[in-house]
Design a protein around this ligand. Structure first.
Ligand code: UD1
Ligand code: CA
Length: 454
């Protein structure tokens, strides 16, 4: 049976105090609405329909590489009016699931249950009991506890305001019912809006069962109206990520200072210190030790790697037992073989470094192929860029590059070659040669320093 998902994202979100449409604000590095789409996309045979209004162009642009159908709600006349904008695109005989673009963390498993209930011909409504229900639509139940309606805060009487079961806004129902009921909505209420919530009473009156389902946690249905709520949800989300890592056998120095903005997999007995940020796709092996203030983005890190404080790794593949940092910067295209050491204030970019090689201090190694057991001395720079082109530096196995050398690419240093400290190497050094390319030292005896007159 087809599943049409209508995501409401036309509201202004004025309490965000932002030029960016609310649904495009990021949570864990991904926009709120993309979270909603990603969860809903896990439903089989689902199609996404997004109702946009405020900042419509920006929202459409941000989602342009997804297969979503967009509907513009020029005036925000209510949630019922918003869903009605999409009704022509909904497939007869299927079910429709209504979600909000600013409620990012409802898991696919909950959506799946909602849809399954709707597929039996009922209306399913996600409700939650709140200690403080202020602002939400209250769930009205009959004497036999059936859901018979929803009353909005502004329309509720004192007795209804005391109800703590509230509407999360998420509902699913057979599309044919939806399309029959939507045109019957009226705006005769306190806000002069077409309330989607009025469909619940229509269902009850026509004898269609409304089944209430509940989330596991309030956070799963919490919307974002302001930046405080955004931060609250972010923290809750990150705590789930931290718990998942710990449950998988990873030690975290502080689960509150551990952030995952993407997908992270970490092997057993790895230890992660405070202020760790993972972005994109990150795979970390087992027995890895990560010091404080490190970030890893789109990278693979092998078993037993040790990463010292303040090291940043992006787009790299790091084999087992490497030692990095403190203060190392490993940039995209870096591939370090087993046992490589990269020390403080070393930057690598597009650098293939062979097994056991050492880049211990203060270097820039970009566009380079370095063999095995090479020693790159302190302050070595690959001069890879002439202002237009990037060129390659190749260094053979067991070469020794003296400190403070400049390797002007394109250039090759053969296996076993030695470069004298302070050299500027501009042409090929053959295997096992010593190359010294620096001003010859002159010692001048009897030299008198100038002295000030008077
Ligand atoms: C709505 C529900 C309320 C529920 C609450 C949960 C209605 C009438 N009320 O109230 O029962 O407890 O959500 O948060 O449905 N939107 C549009 N176009 C519109 C109006 C809204 O796209 O014309 C979108 C908003 O961008 C937002 C969502 O729909 O994503 C909900 O709108 P909002 O104004 O926040 O609804 P509430 O009044 O909070
Ligand atoms: Ca709201």
């Amino acid at each position: 049976m087809s599943i049409d998902v209508v995501i409401l994202a036309a509201g202004q979100g004025s309490r965000m105090k932002s030029k960016l449409p609310k649904v495009l604000h990021p949570l864990a590095g991904k926009s709120l609405v993309k979270h909603v789409i990603d969860q809903a996309s896990q439903l089989n045979n689902s199609a996404m329909h997004i109702v946009v209004g405020h900042g419509a162009d920006q929202v459409k642009e941000a989602l342009s590489d997804l297969s979503c159908q967009f509907y513009t709600q020029a005036e925000q006349l209510g949630t019922g009016h918003a869903v009605a904008q999409a009704s022509a695109g909904l497939r007869a005989g299927g079910v429709t699931l209504v979600l909000y673009g600013d409620v990012p963390l409802t898991p696919a498993s909950v959506l799946e249950q909602m849809v399954q209930v709707a597929q039996t011909g009922k209306v399913s409504l996600l409700t939650v009991n709140l200690d403080d229900p202020t602002g939400y639509g209250r769930i009205l139940r009959s004497a036999v506890n059936d859901v018979v309606g929803i009353v909005e805060q502004k329309d509720a009487n004192e007795e209804q305001l005391a109800i703590t079961e509230v509407n999360t806004g998420i509902m699913a129902m057979p599309t044919d019912h939806l399309n029959e009921w939507l045109p019957q909505l009226s705006s005769d209420n306190a806000q002069g809006e077409y309330y989607l919530t009025d469909l619940i009473a229509m269902a009850a009156e026509s004898g269609v069962t409304v089944q209430a389902l509940h989330p596991t946690s309030e956070f799963e249905v919490q919307g974002v109206n302001n930046r405080r709520q955004l931060a609250e949800l972010e923290r809750w989300y990150q705590l789930q990520q931290a718990n998942a890592a710990m449950d998988a056998g990873v030690t975290l120095a502080d689960p509150a200072r551990f952030d995952v903005r993407g997908q992270l997999r970490v092997g057993q007995d790895s230890h992660i210190d405070v202020n760790f940020v993972a972005e994109g796709e990150v795979r970390i092996g087992s027995n890895v030790v990560i010091g404080p203030n490190c970030s890893v983005k789109n990278s693979i890190i092998g078993d037993g790697v040790e990463i010292l404080a303040n090291t940043h790794i992006d787009g790299a593949v790091i084999a087992e037992a490497c030692q990095l940092g403190p203060f190392a910067r490993i940039r995209p295209g870096s591939q370090l073989a087993a046992g490589v050491k990269v020390g403080n204030f070393v930057e690598t970019k597009k650098a293939l470094v062979g097994q056991g090689s050492k880049l211990n201090h203060l270097s820039y190694i970009g566009d380079a192929q370095i063999g095995e057991e090479v020693n790159v001395g302190a302050g070595t720079i690959t001069c890879n860029y002439d202002g237009v082109n990037k060129s390659l530096t190749e260094i053979g196995d067991r070469a020794f590059i003296g400190s403070n050398s400049s390797l002007v690419a394109p250039v090759q240093v053969g296996a076993g070659a030695t470069i004298g400290a302070g050299s500027t190497i501009t042409s090929k050094v053959e295997e096992d040669q010593l190359s010294v390319a620096r001003g010859k030292q002159r010692n001048i005896s009897g030299w008198k320093r100038p002295i000030k007159k008077g």
